[in-house]
Design a protein around this ligand. Structure first.
Ligand SMILES: NC(=O)C1=CN([C@@H]2O[C@H](COP(=O)(O)OP(=O)(O)OC[C@H]3O[C@@H](n4cnc5c(N)ncnc54)[C@H](OP(=O)(O)O)[C@@H]3O)[C@@H](O)[C@H]2O)[C@@H](O)CC1
Ligand SMILES: [K+]
Length: 513
């Protein structure tokens, strides 16, 4: 039987999509004093003052047609009343927002605030973007697109209110044009689009301002950010009285002719995250009988690896190829009673052979899929562009269809579970968009599975650790340019041991599991 899916999401940062945020707003807005928009504007003004510091330079505020624009008018008024030289840009004769936004505009005019219909010259200490928030419904065109272009050319900090305008708050997709902010002050709750796809390139530093609202009391989170709190209870020091059998066996299958390196990278990663023994079933008959740089790896034929009954987990795919022999191995692998990780060409074979899909959905043990967007597109008979349009929907659809836990890799990897829950991982950097990184991720997941981590936590933990390892290297000046997968393995070992060393032994969850 598959392991029960016991994940404690309570300590994680919650993510709310636009529909859920509307429910929260509807719940609190009628009785809130001061009005939510006044609170949002005041919070934005405080953030703006923090960014300009003591400098009383000029501040430009772009205000859009809806309530995001309303936040902007409140912020502009408060900054002006504090003594700042504030210019508002707004081009709507009639405010289309709710009553609060109309009032905010009127209050701005009441304090003598001027409104210009175009972005004036540069020379600002700060630009505040309050054009569009979670109400963006279509690509930005026309005059607002030219405003965004002008701001993106300016050489000053840009503070986005709630969401950088043009970024879809649910998906992280740029709709036509988007502000490239240096800071984003997001209101009420974190939004998924800030952390995946184009979000991280447009948000800069994100701060959360909950405006005193308790979101969870109204509606459950839509998803969560992956955090180490999720697997803190598994970060335990090893028992002194242990042996290699205690730390499990990882079985890896792949490494066809010319692609042996992929299987070796995965094997080394499994070993260096702590698997007791790692067997690599190498398709290439001509491959060396051992890995000279890592002689601890046990190189076998794929059939020997799959026939073994010692497996805690089987990971198949790195360098597998799509030959008839590879297909046969896939048919054997899906029958394994162990937790199964499918990566790379294993996913491509799965996309092409319906019998594999059927066998997969009948498995009792857990299955983990690690597609990048192109592999995901093949699995869902879609295009990469459509997959990326809504990465959360795509990952959830994969999880549902294949009854598997899935990581859709890329900027802000999305992890979806078959029960519908989803997570975004925020560790990692663009240096990790290079050859062999996926093989290392597969190896890390296999290594954690070998050590007895429950399947979903091995997936979430492996993805988080992989990114953390890459981030440590960048902090050491070894990336992002030229970061190599081999270095990430070494760094993951250090990061994993540091996590374990830092784990709080008094954590109450330690005593309950
Ligand atoms: N309600 C509350 O309690 C609180 C709300 N808060 C704030 O409100 C924000 C949400 O406000 P919102 O719903 O008014 O949406 P917003 O993003 O301002 O834009 C909607 C307007 O834009 C228009 N429009 C859309 N796309 C367009 C395009 N491409 N090109 C041109 N027009 C386009 C759209 O027109 P329509 O689609 O109807 O034609 C509509 O007029 C939220 O992000 C937060 O900042 C906070 O103060 C906390 C309290
Ligand atoms: K905005």
């Amino acid at each position: 039987m598959s392991a029960p899916r016991t994940l404690n999401t309570a300590p994680l940062t919650a993510l709310y999509n636009a529909d859920a945020l509307r429910r929260i707003e509807r719940h609190y807005a009628p009785d809130s004093t001061p009005r939510l928009m006044e609170r949002a504007g005041a919070t934005g003004a405080a953030k703006a003052m923090q960014l300009v510091g003591g400098r009383h330079g000029r501040i430009l505020v772009l205000c859009g047609p809806g309530n995001n624009g309303g936040d902007g008018f409140v912020l502009a008024r408060q900054l002006k009343q504090t003594g700042f030289d504030v210019t508002v840009v707004h081009d709507c004769d009639e405010h289309r927002g709710a009553e609060d936004a109309v009032m905010a505009w009127a209050s701005w005019r009441a304090v003598g605030g001027l409104t210009l219909p175009r972005v004036p010259d540069t020379g600002y200490a700060l630009v505040v973007d309050a054009l569009y928030g979670i109400g963006l419904t279509r690509p930005i065109e026309g005059v607002h697109a030219t405003w965004i272009d002008a701001v993106n050319e300016m050489d000053c900090p840009v503070l986005a209110i709630d969401v950088p305008s043009g970024l879809n708050a649910d998906t992280g997709a740029v709709m036509g044009r988007a502000i490239r902010a240096s800071h984003t002050a997001t209101m009420i709750a974190m939004k998924p689009g800030l952390f995946t796809l184009d979000g991280p390139d447009h948000c800069g530093e994100v701060s959360l301002h909950d405006l005193g609202l308790d979101c969870a009391a109204v509606t459950p989170p839509s998803g969560w950010q992956v955090g180490r709190e999720l697997f803190a209870h598994l970060l335990r020091p090893r028992a002194r009285n242990s042996h290699k059998g205690t730390h499990g066996n990882a079985m890896l299958v792949g490494g066809a002719r010319g692609m042996a390196g992929a299987a070796l990278l995965a094997g080394r990663a499994a070993l260096k995250v702590g698997a007791g023994r790692v067997f690599v079933g190498m398709l290439d008959h001509a491959a060396l009988p051992l890995d000279p740089e890592q002689p601890e790896l046990m190189i076998r034929t794929p059939a020997e690896v799959l026939a073994g009954d010692l497996a805690t987990c089987v990971a198949i795919g790195p360098g597998l190829g799509q030959s008839p022999a590879a297909l046969d191995l896939m048919r054997d692998a899906v029958r394994t009673p162990a937790t199964l990780v499918l990566d790379a060409d294993a996913l491509n074979l799965l996309a092409q052979h319906g019998d594999l899909e059927q066998a997969l959905t009948r498995r009792e043990a857990a299955t983990l899929l690690t597609p990048h967007p192109m592999e995901a597109a093949r699995l869902l008979r879609s295009s990469t562009a459509k997959i990326q349009q809504d990465r959360i929907v795509s990952a959830r659809e994969l999880a549902r269809r294949f009854r598997a836990s899935v990581v859709l890799k890329g900027c802000g990897s999305v992890i979806a579970l078959p029960d519908g829950r989803w997570f975004i991982n925020t560790t990692g950097n663009p240096g990790m968009a290079s050859a062999g990184m996926g093989d290392v991720l597969t190896g890390l997941i296999a290594g954690l599975l070998a050590q007895g981590w429950p399947a979903d936590l091995a997936l979430l933990g492996g993805v988080h650790l992989h990114g953390l390892a890459g981030d440590r290297l960048v902090a050491q000046g070894k990336g992002p340019n030229g970061l190599t997968a081999g270095e990430v393995i070494e760094s993951a070992r250090a990061a994993f041991n540091a996590l374990i060393a830092g784990a709080d032994s008094r954590d109450p969850r330690h005593s309950t599991r």
